[in-house]
Every structure is written in structure tokens, then in C-alpha cells.
Design a protein around this ligand. Structure first.
Ligand SMILES: [Zn+2]
Length: 634
């Protein structure tokens, strides 16, 4: 979805690789979507956007305008969500047609409201009204300018970009494969010729996107300037209760806090890859070859745990997937277990409608979108998840994650419509990830009877290494996607520099290089879903930091004295109470106040990550002794 309506965003587990693609949408369905979108856009053009009515530029006028806007948004949002749910759980030409039509209408309404909100820029209004006026201006990811035809051109381009990505295929070993196939192959292959072919093959789908992408940037920038922002990147950075430039500096500061640890992990992994593949494939010094890390974008490295596991004692004494199957879990029991965690914190059970209306397993008779996502269909009680749940360790984590969105959504349902959202966009992802940190501990698995005895301290390093390969390896990637886009939106990076700048950011932040020279027409950023789909990415970087802040604070609250990575907050109602106090605030206050309500802290702080991984960092330092760590950033 290009447009998301405040408070009504279907949120998905993007921190996880599982959510990083829409390629499970069938190819012909995506081609249909293209056609349906064009058709519906034409139909939408005929229907005028609902009018909110002109209000005088006074404080009373602003209050009345906001009241009208919230009523309109609540109404159209519920309609949009029901259509979107219908499409996602039953993909046909008609459901796509309906979704494209309502999305175009919602965009028109959002642009209209954002422009009307600007009329009150110089009017003195109460603080909550000012906050809502600002949220209206910030509520559109890609704003179309007001001139006739612009919204339609933008919609056409974004639909085409999305379809190109979703239907992307390339030839591998004489067979045409999809991204889904490629993701599995690159995770499992330990042949550098194969991983190189997969890395380069997937990136053949994106050069065609480049002219569309450049045009999209032009149009969205024009729309952003009409709303009073320097460019679209500045608009994206404006959603954090501080000036856009300060926010960029703040993310730099956070990165500097965790960078030494990342460099340590990079150094250790590079040495193990060198030992396995030799100098010709992975040299002992310099950047790591990006295709060797088990992930198409090298954003999480957990898939190559077998390559980098400690030489001795690297095995866990239990396998979560096996524990689940041995205990006869089915998909519903997985979800009930996730709900059980939130209930144990003193939060209310999910409503009966959750169980009646969610999609918990893949239906056998129709095309659906299988990516895990959490929905808030009526912005009140009608919360649901949409998953194709399997009984395994990954989905065990995912259900705990997704229900975090649902519990957040329900907690802020009594806020005014414009405040029904996460404190900032990093919070929504961090809630379920925080619960997920507990859910993965042997402590919790023991608490819910899956594990008879908890393993000793000798399993700490393997556990933490596995976590770090996903959570720490992700940090520079979580940062660099929008670093690249901010440069593109500001004009600092011109279309002829798109690919060089992307690969330069990969080197600078991640310390990675492509497995070979990139072709002159390459557009590698287009091969990452969130770029063609225009989903801002810094939220995942923030979420990766917040979840550890939440974990550290919660464990302190419950008086936990052991290592943080063994702390489970399951069953602690005091933690639950403070947690809920934060959740209930939604987006009604600047995010530091929400952070404080739960953690007592008022800022972003990456030291919680350092605390959590301290034993691993010490171990890595030991392993890296005598090695020349780091890489040249240019
Ligand atoms: Zn999520």
C-alpha cells in the first residue's frame, strides 16, 4: 500500500526477512494488479474526494477543521481497511480493482487535508490541535502536488514499480526463478559461484525501474514542497518530534554507539568466511563479499550460523521447532501461546472476533498475501492477524511480534483518530520485538512448559551469536537505506549516481562489497522492496534499538539480576502495567514521553544493546585478537 492512513496501517514483520518481499504474490496476480489499478484510477478520478469544508483561519476554525478531518478519516479508513483485508485474503481482479480505487481516494483526501492544514500554520491553536495539524501534513509518504494529473501520474508510477518488483524473475542454472526461490537458495548455498549468480541475477530485475524512480522522486518532492518541506526526505525526517536535521544527527550518534560492536562482529565473521572460502573469495582484510552472508541484501546473517558457529560447543542443546512439534503445537496453538504472553502481563484477552476473522493458516482455495501482518480494521476492537502460520521457531517468534501490533492498536483505540498510531514509527515494530526477545529465551520456553530444564551458561555465546547475526548485522543496513534515499530526495545524489551511491553506502556502513563489478545500467536499490514500494526504513533501525531499551528497563523493573538475554518478562504484571501506560498513549504526545512512561528514559539509547550483548562482545574481542579489524570506508 502506498497510502497509509494514520492509525490504520497494516503492520508487518519487516525486521524479519520473512516480510522483506511481496514476491509470494503470484506473478499473474501482480500483472492483474497493474491492469486493475489503471482501471480503478480512471474510475476514482470521476468521484470527487469527500469534502471536509472550508473553515475560517482562526483557533475555532482549526478545531472544527480537525474534528471534521478525524471523522472523515475514521470513516474512510475503516472502509479502506475492509477492502484491503478482502484483497489480501482473496486476490482477484475485482478485489485489486476495489483496493486501487479506494487507495486513490484516500490519497486525494490526505493531500486535500494536508493542504488545508497548512492554512492554520500562523494561527495560534491549542497544543493537541497543533500536533494533529502537523500529523496531517506528515501522514502521506509520497505526497502528490495539487496540480491536475499529478496524483494519477504518481499512482501509475508507484503501481508499476511495485508490480515490477513483485513479478521479478531471473534465470538461474537454466531455470527461471522468483525471489522466493532465490531467498531460499542464497540462504542455503555454500558455493560462492552460486551465491554470486543469485546476487547478480536478482539485481537484473531493477535497471528498468530507474527512470520511473527518478520521476517519482521529482513528483513527490514537488508535493512535499507544497506542504512546506525542503524535500520528501526532510518530510520523512520530520516525524520524530525534533527538527529534521537534528534527527539525522541523532541517528549518526546512535550508529556511533553500536559501531564498535558491529566492527567486532564483522571482523569475526570475515575471518570465518576467509577460513572457509580462502583468500581468492574472501580476503582476510577489507570489506566482506555481500553474497556470502546468506541473505539477498546481507541485512541479517543468521542463515550462515553453521559457517561462523564457535569451533567448540557451538550447538544448542534444544531445537525450538522440534520442541513445538513434539508438544503437538498447531497454528492456532502457536497464536494462543503468543496471546498468552500478553495476557500474562495483565492485558485483556483478544476479542472473540480476532479468532473468527484472522487468517491464521493459508487457505487452500485462493490466492492470498502470506506475509505476516497485523491489522486494525475498524481502529477499535476489530484487530486481526494475517499469517500462513507454520509450526516452527521462526513463526513462534513472528506470532509474538505480530500480536504486539494488535495489542498496541487496541491499547490506543480510545485516543482521538489522529493519535491512534505508534509514538513514532519505530515504536510499532519495537513492541512485538521486545516481547519476542523474551519469547526466544530458554527461560520462557521453560515457563510455558516447552523446555524441561534450561541450559547452562555454556550455551550463552552460541545463543548471543545467533541473535547478533540477525539483530546487530541489521543495524547498518537499517540506517543505510534511508541515508541513500535522503541523498536522492535532496538532489545530492543525481540519477546517474544512484547505483554508485548505493554501493558506496553499503561499503561505508555495512563494510560490504558486491561479488563483482556492477553493470553500467545497474539500479541495485530497486532490488530492495522498500525502495520501489516507498516504505521509509529508518523505523526498523529505531525499532532495533528501542526493543533493547524496553528489555533492559523491563528486566530492571522486575528485579532481574541475571544476564539480560536470559530475562523473560512473562507473567510480570508490574511490567505489564507500565508497558500498557506507554501503549495507551498512542501518538498523542511527543515520543520521548511515551518512552519515559515505560522505561523512565527520555531519549534514544543504544547502550542497552551493548549491555545485552556484553558477554558476546567480550568473546568476539578475544577471537579477534591480533586481527586487523575494520575496512576502508571509501
Ligand atoms: Zn511488524
Amino acid at each position: 500500500m502506498k497510502t497509509h492512513l494514520l492509525g490504520a496501517v497494516a503492520a508487518c514483520a519487516l525486521g524479519l526477512a520473512a516480510c522483506a518481499t511481496t514476491a509470494d504474490r503470484a506473478a499473474d496476480a501482480a500483472a492483474l494488479a497493474d491492469e486493475a489499478a489503471a482501471d480503478a484510477a480512471a474510475a476514482a478520478g470521476e468521484a470527487a474526494a469527500p469534502a471536509v469544508g472550508e473553515q475560517p483561519a482562526t483557533a475555532e476554525g482549526a478545531t472544527a477543521f480537525i474534528a471534521g478531518a478525524e471523522t472523515e478519516l475514521a470513516k474512510i479508513s475503516e472502509y479502506q481497511q475492509r477492502v484491503a483485508w478482502t484483497r489480501a485474503t482473496n486476490i482477484t481482479f475485482d478485489t485489486m480493482w476495489l483496493e486501487a480505487k479506494i487507495n486513490a481516494q484516500v490519497t486525494e483526501l490526505q493531500v486535500q487535508l494536508a493542504n488545508e492544514a497548512a492554512r492554520f500554520n500562523d494561527v495560534e491553536v491549542p497544543a493537541d490541535v497543533r500536533r494533529k495539524l502537523n500529523l496531517l501534513r506528515l501522514g502521506i509518504v509520497l505526497p502528490a502536488p495539487n496540480r491536475p494529473g499529478a496524483a494519477a501520474e504518481l499512482a501509475e508510477i508507484t503501481t508499476r514499480l511495485d508490480s515490477t518488483y513483485s513479478t521479478g524473475k531471473f534465470e538461474f542454472k537454466g531455470k527461471e526463478i522468483t525471489l522466493d526461490d532465490a531467498n531460499v537458495l542464497i540462504a542455503e548455498s555454500r558455493d560462492p559461484a552460486e551465491t554470486k549468480a543469485l546476487y547478480e541475477g536478482w539485481r537484473t530485475i531493477s535497471p528498468v525501474m530507474k527512470p520511473d524512480y527518478a520521476r517519482m522522486v521529482e513528483i513527490a518532492n514537488e508535493g512535499s514542497r507544497e506542504l512546506g518541506f525542503a524535500d520528501t526526505g526532510a518530510m520523512w525526517r520530520a516525524g520524530y518530534d525534533m527538527p529534521p536535521d537534528d534527527f539525522a544527527k541523532e541517528t549518526d550518534r546512535l550508529w556511533e554507539q553500536v559501531k564498535p560492536f558491529y566492527v567486532n562482529l564483522h571482523c569475526y565473521v570475515r575471518a570465518r568466511l576467509n577460513a572457509k572460502y580462502g583468500d581468492a573469495v574472501q580476503p582476510k582484510t577489507g570489506p566482506i563479499r555481500a553474497d556470502l552472508l546468506g541473505n539477498m541484501w546481507s541485512q541479517q546473517w543468521g542463515n550462515i550460523y553453521d559457517v561462523v558457529a564457535p569451533a567448540t560447543g557451538g550447538q544448542s542443546s534444544y531445537d525450538l521447532t522440534k520442541l513445538l512439534t513434539d508438544a503437538d503445537y498447531d497454528a492456532t496453538k502457536m497464536v494462543q501461546t503468543g496471546e498468552g504472553f500478553y495476557k500474562s502481563l495483565g492485558l485483556a484477552p483478544l476479542p472473540q472476533t480476532f479468532w473468527e476473522r484472522s487468517q491464521i493458516v493459508r487457505p487452500r482455495d485462493r490466492e492470498v498475501v502470506c506475509h505476516a501482518s497485523a491489522w486494525d480494521v475498524d481502529n477499535l476492537e476489530d484487530v486481526r492477524i494475517k499469517m500462513c502460520t507454520q509450526v516452527n521457531a521462526d513463526d513462534f517468534y513472528t506470532v509474538h511480534h505480530e500480536l504486539g501490533h494488535n495489542y498496541y492498536q487496541r491499547a490506543y483505540k480510545d485516543q482521538p483518530m489522529l493519535f491512534r498510531n505508534g509514538a513514532n514509527d519505530g515504536f510499532h515494530e519495537a513492541i512485538g520485538d521486545f516481547i519476542g526477545l523474551s519469547a526466544l529465551t530458554p527461560t520462557y520456553l521453560n515457563q510455558i512448559g516447552l523446555l524441561k530444564t534450561t541450559p547452562g551458561a555454556d550455551e550463552d555465546i552460541p545463543f548471543l551469536l545467533k541473535m547478533a547475526l540477525d539483530k546487530i548485522a541489521f543495524l547498518p543496513f537499517g540506517l543505510m537505506v534511508d541515508r541513500w534515499r535522503w541523498g536522492v530526495f535532496s538532489g545530492e545524489t543525481t540519477p546517474d549516481q544512484y547505483n554508485a551511491a548505493w554501493n558506496a553506502d553499503m561499503l561505508k556502513y555495512q563494510g560490504l562489497v558486491a561479488p563483482g563489478p556492477r553493470p553500467a545500467d545497474a539500479f541495485d536499490p530497486g532490488a530492495k522492496y522498500h525502495v520501489p514500494a516507498a516504505v521509509p526504513y529508518t523505523r526498523y533501525f529505531l525499532a532495533a534499538i528501542y526493543q533493547f531499551q524496553f528489555q533492559r528497563a523491563a528486566c530492571k523493573m522486575e528485579g532481574w539480576t541475571g544476564p539480560l538475554h536470559r530475562c523473560s518478562t512473562y507473567g510480570n504484571t508490574e511490567v505489564g502495567q507500565r508497558f500498557n501506560a506507554m501503549l495507551e498513549m498512542g501518538q498523542s504526545k511527543p515520543w520521548p514521553e511515551a518512552m519515559q512512561a515505560f522505561t523512565g528514559e527520555t531519549g534514544n539509547d543504544a547502550t542497552a544493546i551493548i549491555d545485552y550483548f556484553a558477554p558476546l562482545n567480550a568473546w568476539l574481542t578475544e577471537q579477534n585478537r591480533g586481527k586487523d579489524c575494520g575496512w576502508s570506508e571509501t
